[in-house]
Design a protein around this ligand. Structure first.
Ligand code: CTP
Length: 411
């Protein structure tokens, strides 16, 4: 008999609803079920009709902590979906088909799995599995982005052999990875409750005239990943942003354009914040005077005189309260670690996240990042190439570890 190791300890004694939907990889959900039970979780399985075409409910009943449910209308229980959802500590959907992802993103409930997903406040982990064409379809991509922004956790499928002998992205993540992800979700659930977090996101736009500006390539993906993850973990979040992106319902978005506006909004919000994360790419210089009307080509090449903008992070560092945690980003094209280290001390931050913005899979516009985390105590962490969502959680782990809310601090 296997014993749960430390990474799975968070699952012990937790109620997990395991939702199985209809894909060829439904048989792997049997292994997910067994591993959850081995880790000490109380597992309640729910199968859709389609799932039962691939795998039998009786298999799950035999392995799980209670009999598998398959219908909204099981005679003994008039409203199983609300009971399951209310009592759950975690809901895992594995495998999650394009169909259940679409229904969940659009609030459609027509069976016990989709009803349970809507009738819960517990964290949800979705493990998609489908053919590559479906996985890459814009409808599925959009639905998953919607769910992620709402705080739903997604464990991406792997590349590999798919049904029918095809090879590509879309294969269900390995059962042990799903169970490890489940443990991380449970361990982080509500761990930032009571914290006030301010995040900045996107690149500032410094006007040249009413139609043109000086900008940069920042997409705001990293900042929104942090804001949404913080909200999903229970924090009260303000994101001061130059871009619009899907936001968790508990994230308050303060739209700004320029460095000046971002400075005003961020410094005001920071006064009562427990943590501030400067993920925005703030312009260092702006045109000294923006033209009131559109500059015309016929008037010749304009001479644009620049002046410095406020360094928001440096100002935050000067004003930082002893109980406030300050995170900066260092966007670098060379010597990432050394440059990030000098910004760490110059701007008096607690954590500096140095990232290489020149490689194709890291930095601006992409969904992944390769970062080095430098803290004020000399600690160095290099998580390698990870999704921005995963990096967001690693940064927020530092916030949590440094600053747990004091009782009554915000009375
Ligand atoms: N930052 C800021 N205000 C500015 C410029 C930068 O708050 N006017 C913040 C960024 O949000 C980031 C950190 O400072 O968290 C580092 O930004 P970066 O652009 O990497 O460094 P700079 O200080 O601008 O230095 P350089 O451009 O010389 O690399």
């Amino acid at each position: 008999m296997s014993t749960p190791d430390d990474t799975l300890a968070a699952l012990r004694g937790r109620r997990v609803v395991l939702c199985v939907t209809g894909g060829i990889s439904a048989y792997k959900a049997v292994e997910v079920c067994r591993r959850l039970v081995d880790a000490g979780a109380h597992v309640a399985p729910v199968l859709t009709d389609d799932a039962q075409r691939f795998v039998g409910a009786v298999t799950f009943s035999a392995l799980a902590s209670e009999p598998a449910r398959t219908s909204l209308f099981d005679a003994a229980e008039p409203i199983p979906h609300t009971r399951l959802g209310q009592q759950a500590d975690l809901i895992v959907v594995a495998p999650a088909t394009a169909k259940v992802i679409g229904k969940y993103a659009h609030g459609i409930s027509d069976d016990l799995v989709s009803a349970t997903l809507l009738a819960t406040r517990a964290p949800v982990l979705v493990a998609p599995a489908m053919h590559t064409e479906m996985w890459e379809h814009p409808a599925v991509v959009d639905n998953l982005a919607t769910l992620r922004a709402r705080g739903v956790h997604v464990i991406d499928p792997e590349e590999g052999r798919l049904a029918g002998g095809d090879i590509g992205a879309g294969r269900l993540a390995a059962p042990e990875r799903i169970v490890e992800a489940a443990a991380r979700v449970v361990a982080r659930d509500g761990d930032l409750t009571g914290l006030r977090v301010v995040v900045t996101a996107g690149g500032t736009r410094e006007p040249i005239d009413p139609v043109r500006y000086i900008g940069n390539r920042s997409s705001g993906k990293m900042g929104f990943a942090i804001a949404n993850a913080a909200a999903a973990r229970g924090a009260d979040v303000v994101v001061v942003a130059t871009v619009r992106r899907p936001a968790h319902p508990r994230v308050r978005v303060e739209p700004v354009d320029t460095a000046e506006q971002m400075a005003a909004a961020t410094l005001a919000a920071a006064a009562t914040a427990d943590a501030v994360v400067m993920a925005a790419a703030v312009a260092d210089f702006r045109p000294k005077a923006a033209a009131d009307t559109k500059i015309k080509k016929a008037d010749g090449v304009p001479e644009i005189v620049l002046e410095p903008t406020p360094d928001i992070l440096a100002l935050l560092g000067e004003r930082k309260r002893a109980d406030q945690y300050l995170v900066g980003f260092a966007a670098e094209t060379d010597d990432v670690r050394a440059n990030a280290a000098s910004k760490l001390s110059a701007k008096r931050v607690d954590l500096m996240v140095g990232n290489d913005v020149r490689s194709g899979d890291s930095g601006f516009e992409v969904d992944t990042n390769r970062a080095v985390l430098l803290d004020a105590h000399g600690g160095v962490d290099e998580p390698g190439l990870v999704t921005k969502v995963a990096l967001a959680d690693l940064i927020l782990d530092r916030v949590r570890d440094a600053r747990r809310p004091h009782e009554g601090a915000h009375a």
